[in-house]
Design a protein around this ligand. Structure first.
Ligand code: FES
Length: 112
């Protein structure tokens, strides 16, 4: 691998699609911003990372280390939407750092 290649690689599952996205540590303010920038996701991240809308919800399918999180409003916002699954998180509250490398996440769609 080249020395200056992005060091964070994430597999993203969305419906029947699978994406691999990459970033440098600190390149994005949050996982939500990385997803917003690299994959077109309709109606995603509507509060722009304030932790209030839950439209950026994702589930963690696999990760090698605990993810780094801000945790602003996360559980309150998710429970207002009836989401109690501890594997579902607000992607705007997840830091894009080395702990995300190798993670597999799924875009959460409440209707499925
Ligand atoms: S963008 Fe609204 S809760 Fe994450």
């Amino acid at each position: 691998m080249l020395k200056d290649s992005p060091s964070i690689h994430i597999t993203v599952l969305d419906m029947d699609e699978t994406y691999t996205i990459s970033a440098y540590p600190g390149q994005y303010r949050s996982l939500m911003m990385m997803l917003y920038d690299q994959i077109y996701l309709e109606d995603f991240g509507e509060c722009l990372g304030m932790g209030r809308c839950a439209t950026c919800a994702i589930s963690i399918e696999a990760s090698q280390t605990p993810l780094t999180q801000f945790n602003r409003n996360e559980r309150v916002t998710l429970s207002k939407e009836g989401i109690e699954d501890p594997d579902i998180h607000l992607s705007c509250q997840i830091v894009v750092d080395e702990s995300l490398d190798g993670a597999v996440i799924r875009i959460y769609h409440p209707e499925f």
